[in-house]
Design a protein around this ligand. Structure first.
Ligand code: URA
Length: 443
């Protein structure tokens, strides 16, 4: 089989065969084809698209391009969640302990943040001593002993995706539904997930800007999951404004701990109990209404079981438990400044992307993979879309360690908020649910 023929086949709008896709991905993985050939193929896929069967074949070929984890010796069912990334998204820190506290062991590998979108590993590292790098044996032993483990990727998962993603970034071919869907799903499948809750964000601070785009991506990923024999529920969730109130690593850990004690902004609470409810329902292979599972998950916040699971996880992974018990001991920024509203009225826009970029200005995120981050800095967002606001009232509390960075963030925030003289409806937390399995009843 010749690579040029595979490129030409897609260039001319054909549907690639399973063996063409397998051969292509094998060649990408072993480095036997040149980057310019891979780039030409990516552009052909970007322009011509792929049908669901091709996209599933691509997903499975990428999933098998490295290690494929089998967690069946330590988990009765491997249930995972994936967020397409956003601002203030600390949900994994909350949802995982909730699910584990309901008796479903969870073993999750998370990633770092890039650009304005935060990453779970960076948040975990705001807890002094927390080890995100575990060997495979430690990863499995931790979940076996504690029913929960949350760490970085161990093993060589979906290396073909790593190579393709780097070239997509450099060839303007990131925004392709089959390429995004296969990239996300290949990593989940390689990580051993049998049941997956996908949190597909949409809006100003998300990859998918419109509901239609997000729905198409969610449907495609659910379909891939079904063809690959996994149960998938995809939630379409709002990322026009930050989720919850806190943005920045220690701040987000503190907010997660607040919610684990039962108190948090309404959107973050609704989001977490819903995701946890779906994970429980998938893990139990149940068709019972979602509400019961949401109540079960919510109970772990009220009675302290989710917090104790979180505490247990932190202790098991070497983190300083006294900080978890006294979050005021988390690293604090040196400068804390209020950012006031310049008009009275209602908040019409609280732009998640601008708030996320302002937190990167402060040092909470990284522009390049190699950048280091300042865990203590970030923002507290006091207003949501639809909230009334008066001139001079605080919109944000800024936590900074550097006055020049503070000024840069303040300039950025000037573009984050739009006011309306008339009342504005609040934004929904979710826009819908898509399932790979018609037998899963929708709420
Ligand atoms: N996240 C991924 O892992 N891959 C993509 O292509 C886009 C978002």
């Amino acid at each position: 089989m010749r690579v040029t023929e595979i490129i030409a086949h897609k260039r001319d709008g054909g549907a690639l065969t399973t063996s063409e896709i397998d051969f292509f991905i094998k060649s990408v993985t072993d480095g036997s084809i040149e980057d310019y050939q891979v780039s030409a193929w990516l552009m052909a896929v970007y322009l011509r698209g792929m049908n669901h069967r091709e996209t599933t074949d691509l997903t499975l070929a990428m999933a098998r391009s490295g290690d494929v984890l089998d967690l069946s010796d330590v988990l009765p069912i491997s249930v995972d969640k994936h967020s397409s990334g956003g601002v203030g998204d600390k949900t994994t820190l909350i949802v995982l302990p909730m699910v584990a506290a309901c008796g479903i062991p969870v073993a999750k590998m998370s990633g770092r943040g890039l650009g304005f979108s935060g990453g779970t590993l960076d948040k975990l590292e705001a807890i002094p001593g927390y080890r995100v790098t575990l060997s495979m044996a430690e990863f499995k032993a931790t979940v076996q002993q504690h029913g929960i483990v949350l760490a970085g990727q161990s093993g060589n998962l979906a290396p073909a995706d790593g190579k393709l993603y780097a070239l997509r970034d450099a060839t303007a071919t990131v925004q392709s539904l089959p390429l995004i869907a296969s990239s996300i799903m290949s990593k989940k499948i390689a990580a051993g997930a049998e049941a997956i809750v996908l949190d597909v964000k949409l809006g100003r601070g998300a990859f998918m800007k419109t509901e239609e785009e997000a729905r198409d991506l969610a449907k495609l990923m659910a379909e891939i999951g079904k063809l690959a024999g996994r149960r998938v529920v995809a939630l379409l969730s709002d990322m026009n404004q930050p989720l919850g109130a806190m943005v920045g690593n220690t701040l987000e850990v503190a907010e997660a701990i607040q919610l684990l004690h039962g108190s948090a902004p309404a959107d973050l609470y609704e989001h977490c109990v819903t995701v946890a409810g779906h994970m429980l329902r998938l893990a139990r292979r149940s068709n019972e209404p979602l509400e019961g599972f949401i109540e079960e998950a919510a109970a772990t916040l009220k009675d302290g079981r989710a917090f104790s699971k979180f505490r247990q996880m932190v202790a098991a992974q070497g983190g300083d438990v006294s900080v978890v018990e006294n979050p005021e001991r988390l690293a604090q920024a040196k400068i804390i400044e209020e950012y006031p509203a310049t008009q009275s009225g209602y908040v019409a826009v609280m732009d998640a992307e601008t708030v996320g970029v302002a937190s990167v200005d402060l040092g909470a995120g990284r522009e390049r993979k190699s950048d280091s981050i300042d865990h203590a800095v970030g923002l507290v967002v006091h207003k949501k879309v639809g909230d009334p606001v008066a001139t001079g009232e605080s919109l944000f509390t800024i936590h900074a360690n550097d006055s020049a960075k503070l000024e840069q963030a303040k300039q950025r925030l000037a573009n984050a908020v739009t006011y309306s003289a008339d009342p504005v409806p609040p934004l929904p937390t979710f826009y819908g649910t898509i399932s790979s399995d018609e037998t899963i009843q929708q709420p």
